[in-house]
Every structure is written in C-alpha cells, then in structure tokens.
Design a protein around this ligand. Structure first.
Ligand SMILES: [Fe+2]
Length: 194
C-alpha cells in the first residue's frame, strides 16, 4: 500500500481544503518538487465524487477558459482550470514545473521542447488524459491543451511558482518566436494567500 504523501490526512482526501492544505504543507516543508505534489494530487483525484466547489467549474460562456486561483504562494500555486472544447489555447510555458490532474472530462495535451535560441519547436509528446490522470510538465516544456468529447474539461494545476505573477511566454511553434503571456485570472476572492 502506498504511503500517504506528507501533509495529507490518512483517510480519503475528498475536499478541496484537504488538497490545498497538503500542497501548502509540502511547499513550506521544502518538499515542493513535482513528485510529492503528483502523489498528493493523485490521491485527491482518486475520489471521483464532486468535491470541487461548483464555483470553480464556472466559465464565462464568452471565454475559452477560466483560470481560478485556489492557492498562491511565492514558490507554489494551485489553479482550477476550465477549458471550453474547441478552444485554441496558445502554446505557452510556465517558468516552472507543473503538475496537472484531470478532475472532469478529457484533455489532449501537446508538448514542445524548449531549446536555447531561435527555430521551430519540436513536439516531444502528446497525451490524452482522463479523470484521475496526473502528469508532470517539466520546466523546459511548453504546451497546449484541448478539451475533448464536446464538454468542458476541468483540471487542477499546481506550479512551483506563483503562476499569477510569473513572467511567461507564448510560442509560435513554426519559428520559435515568443510573446509575453499574461492570461486573465478569475478574481481570486476566495484564494488563500500567505
Ligand atoms: Fe499550461
């Protein structure tokens, strides 16, 4: 039986508060790399009941996606992300590792390797992830995500940085040209800041 990741209750993890608390504990304990976070998120998403607050499933019908901050700290942040099917998410980086776990629906993720200097970006992986799947996105990878099956997809994203303020980029994969990436985040009225 797998050991319970640090910071998680020993029983089932079935509330958002438990997950955020676990990730906060990991980041403040110095175990803020992606693997402990992946273990915690995998444990949480093994519960397929509706434990994510309904407000984090919301998306402005006119918007292609919604980025809901759940936790923000200097070396760690958590978002609930809602993707509209068919939305063209620009290829982007995170300036950090990221861990993505699927809460609802299915997502196709296409990854591109980031190299020094100009030139086209090469695809280094294509994944199709469904509820409960958790993957680590390395720092030296840019990606795009697409919701499948005609329904919104909802996923939990954890970063080793404050993703709201992090300097980030979009990429033209044909020529490698970058632009600043400043996505709009849902007003974090309920986000926990420390
Ligand atoms: Fe991303």
């Amino acid at each position: 039986m797998r050991a319970t990741p640090p910071g998680l209750p020993s029983g089932r993890v079935n509330t958002l508060a438990d997950l955020v608390s676990a990730i906060r504990t990991l980041s403040s304990s110095g175990e803020s790399g992606p693997e402990p976070v992946r273990a915690a998120l995998t444990t949480a998403l093994a519960d397929s009941s509706d434990w994510l607050d309904a407000r984090y499933l919301d998306r402005d019908p006119a918007a292609d996606w919604a980025l809901h901050p759940l936790l923000r700290a200097e070396n760690c942040s958590v978002l609930a992300v809602v993707f509209r099917p068919g939305a063209a998410v620009p290829v982007h980086d995170h300036g950090s590792w990221a861990v993505i776990g699927i809460y609802r629906g299915r997502e196709r993720e296409t990854r591109y390797g980031l190299t020094e200097g100009p030139g086209p970006l090469e695809v280094v992986g294509t994944l199709v992830n469904a509820q409960g799947d958790v993957t680590v996105v390395p720092r030296d990878v840019a990606h795009t995500v697409e919701a499948l099956d005609g329904d919104d997809a909802v996923s939990i994203h954890v970063y080793g940085t404050d993703i709201v303020t992090r300097e980030r980029h979009t990429y033209d994969v044909e020529i490698g040209e970058t632009q600043p990436y400043r996505p709009r985040f849902v007003e974090p009225a309920t986000a926990s800041r420390r």
